[in-house]
Design a protein around this ligand. Sequence first.
Ligand code: HSE
Length: 348
Amino acid sequence: MTYNLAIIGFGTVGQGFAELLQEKRESLKNTYGLEFEVVAISDPIKGSIYENAGVNLKEILTLVKKEGKIDGYAGGIKGWDSIKTIEETNADIIAEATPTNLESGEPGLTHIRTALKRGKHVITTNKGPIALFYRELAQLAKDRGKSLGFEGTVLSGTPAINLSLLTLAGTNISEIIGIMNGTTNYILTQMDAGKDYSEALREAQRLGYAETKPDADVEGWDALAKIVILSNVLMGANLKVSDVEREGITGITPSNIKDAKGEHKRYKLIARAWKENGKVKAKVSPEKVDDGNILFHISGVGNAIQFKTDILGRVTIVGPGAGKRETGFALLNDLISIHRTPMGMKGV
Ligand code: HSE
């Protein structure tokens, strides 16, 4: 089976995905019988190319690395914006990786709606549209018989969504607790080692962990989006962003960190969801955790989520929560899922 892919948004994540596609082309074919062409890339800054037989991905990746743009690519049609690319190219899977927006979900929301309405599968790492409009988008995908993959919206490629939807199917999840933001965990770990907050944030930006606007990380918005997604997808909730109490890490001082150390504790930005009188509630805030808690030991860009289930008790996953390849991998994994289960596997 050969798929035509369009990548909408060619920043860190879009490029990470393209690199993995390039690297794994042979093994995808040999292991899964999955073949693909990237027929279009559209990004308002990096440039846009459409070539219906497929672009030369290696050349595109070299160009963007060297020049920061893909406009110099020889061949193809240039300059199509995201909507024209989604609507008018021969892509049958849209990989949406534009910057997230937790107020309107745009531009990702319109990209995803348009693609599904056009009968295209969508794979996305964009938290805004899924946190704000999961039910509508999942229903739209179901109505059109298409797949909506969003593994990369929570914990990058660490399988937070698909693990729970597939392998924990049949259990009831009554509580979710975790460290769901790589940037803040990286900063807190660096501060614990005596480093300066701003320097640690700059480093997290350099490493490609931080959101376009780092306030989204340090003020807890990113973790909030993730706990909303998990609550709505895995606990049957219908939470809105405004339903969730939120506090970030900007109020945590070096002296707070030192005091916590004296108590054999560490500050972590914890996101949690639980059931109270039959309703799901959620919260994001810094908490001091002690060394008997697995979350104490999660350092750097590492993330962890613990699911409290009725059959297995607590199940914990630990893995990277951000990064170019790590998030690109989530798109690759969603692509493989579409190939394996063409009608999609996401519940509404
Ligand atoms: N900025 C996010 C983080 C990226 O640091 O976890 C992954 O969602």
